[in-house]
Design a protein around this ligand. Structure first.
Ligand SMILES: Cc1cc2nc3c(=O)[nH]c(=O)nc-3n(C[C@H](O)[C@H](O)[C@H](O)COP(=O)(O)OP(=O)(O)OC[C@H]3O[C@@H](n4cnc5c(N)ncnc54)[C@H](O)[C@@H]3O)c2cc1C
Length: 396
């Protein structure tokens, strides 16, 4: 084990949470090192989210991090629901908070944030895994690092930020007696598909079908994300390109509407729609942000937005503590974030119930499908339901 190297804040993970946090800390003159398990090329190509809420765009704009999304991001203000009832569109940009979403692929945002962080004098150690955290109850906590050439060393800081996602190590360092973890699988699994093909429709489209849910979301003029509900445990390799396009065509009812723009499938992976929330999000000098703090199902496209919200909140609190000697923001970090995390969980759960119902002809399945129809009809016809949807769809 080599000797420690010091920074005021050691951040674990270079995803949206860790990189937004790192940039905001550097802007305030706080020294900060980010430790990332993967290579730079890997994180800059990892396609995941695409929809940025107005709050996220505002945080990025206010901190000089929005040049890329302003140049290449696209504004979306409408989504469509399609099913046996026909199709209706909701112009959420004219409802609720009257604000649009911005489509900007997560990997492009990550690449922008890495460049900005390095320009601001930050340090990122790529290809370096954090293998353990120590001394979070002391005033000099540290992380064990395994570097690319096999060297092991320890980094210490005044504070640690665990931004290492759902499979990271930071959250496991919270003592079990001090933290509670809530977990839920929502009973739905999606095959997440990335296609090298232009979007097939102008709007995000949610298709409800007896064979299961299908979704269509633009990512750029040449790449589109699709989702297909599949049984849990499904092997993505069972889904060849032809099978994917045929199933999407059935569930998207292309016989009634426009055909899909097909293209090579770049990625296919299954996502169990699940939730995890840790309470509190901190212990001693360790603070969690992003998926490490709370995992949310992608049904409402909130994960990256919540990561940015938590990173912004944590950055302000750390700057207050380190630059102004005011620790009050850190003391209330969990209390500030958790209500917003739970609110988003509630809406994503509401979306899951709107978009999915069980198959089969037993009484329970038939009843659930009738409820789903009623929910969709309310959304189509009632302004109060549309406002609820719009406020929560774009809000954080
Ligand atoms: C298919 C899919 C679609 C999605 N669509 C949307 C969407 O439209 N809108 C939305 O808002 N959200 C969406 N999400 C969720 C969103 O991508 C995540 O919520 C977001 O990436 C969370 O950011 P993060 O920084 O917390 O974690 P991550 O992006 O997971 O970053 C964590 C980083 O930590 C690194 N790391 C892990 N362990 C270690 C370790 N031991 N040492 C060092 N580094 C480590 C990882 O390599 C990674 O780079 C989607 C997710 C998926 C899977």
């Amino acid at each position: 084990m080599l000797a420690s190297r010091d920074a005021q804040v050691v951040v674990v993970g270079a995803g949206p949470a860790g990189l937004v946090l790192g940039n905001l800390l550097r802007a305030a003159g706080v020294t900060c090192v980010i430790v990332e398990r993967q290579s730079r090329a890997h994180v800059e190509r990892r396609a995941r989210a695409g929809f940025l809420a107005p709050h996220s765009v505002r945080v990025l704009e206010e901190n000089g991090l929005a040049a890329g999304l302003r140049a290449r991001g696209e504004r979306h203000d409408t989504c469509a629901f399609r099913g046996e009832h026909g199709q209706f569109e909701l112009n959420y940009g004219a409802l609720g908070h009257r604000q649009p979403l911005t489509v900007y692929p997560q990997q492009d945002l990550v690449a922008d944030l890495i460049t900005a962080f390095l320009d601001r004098g930050g340090e990122i150690r790529f290809d370096t895994a954090v293998t353990g955290l120590h001394g979070i109850d002391t005033d000099r906590p540290s992380v064990d690092c395994a570097g690319p050439d096999g060297t092991a060393y320890r980094l210490s800081g005044a504070y640690l930020a665990g931004c290492d996602g759902r499979h990271g190590v930071a959250r496991r360092a919270l003592p079990a007696v001090a933290a509670r973890e809530y977990r839920r699988y929502h009973g739905v699994t999606w095959l997440a598909i990335l296609a090298q093909a232009p979007p097939s429709m102008a709007a995000v489209t949610y298709a409800v079908h007896d064979r299961g849910f299908a979704g269509h979301m633009a990512r750029s003029s040449t790449v589109t994300r699709y989702y297909l509900q599949v049984p849990r445990g499904e092997d993505p390799e069972e889904w060849g390109e032809r099978r994917i396009w045929d199933e999407l065509a059935v569930r998207m009812r292309t016989a009634q509407y426009e055909p899909l723009h097909e293209g090579p499938i770049l990625e296919r992976t299954t996502v169990d729609l699940s939730s995890e929330v840790r309470e509190p999000l901190q212990h001693g000098r360790l603070f969690l942000a992003g998926d490490a703090a709370a995992l949310i199902s992608p049904s409402a496209a909130k994960g990256a937005n919540l990561a940015i919200m938590a990173a912004d909140t944590l950055a302000r609190a750390l700057v207050d503590a380190l630059v102004r000697d005011d620790p009050r923001g850190l003391a209330r970090y969990s209390r500030d974030c958790l209500p917003r995390l739970w609110h988003a969980q509630e809406f994503s759960h509401w979306m899951i119930n709107l978009l999915h119902s069980p198959a089969g002809d037993d009484d329970e399945a038939v009843f659930q499908r009738a409820l789903q129809r009623a929910r969709l009809t309310s959304l189509r016809d009632l302004r109060s339901h549309q406002d609820y949807f719009a406020e929560n769809y774009v809000g954080i």
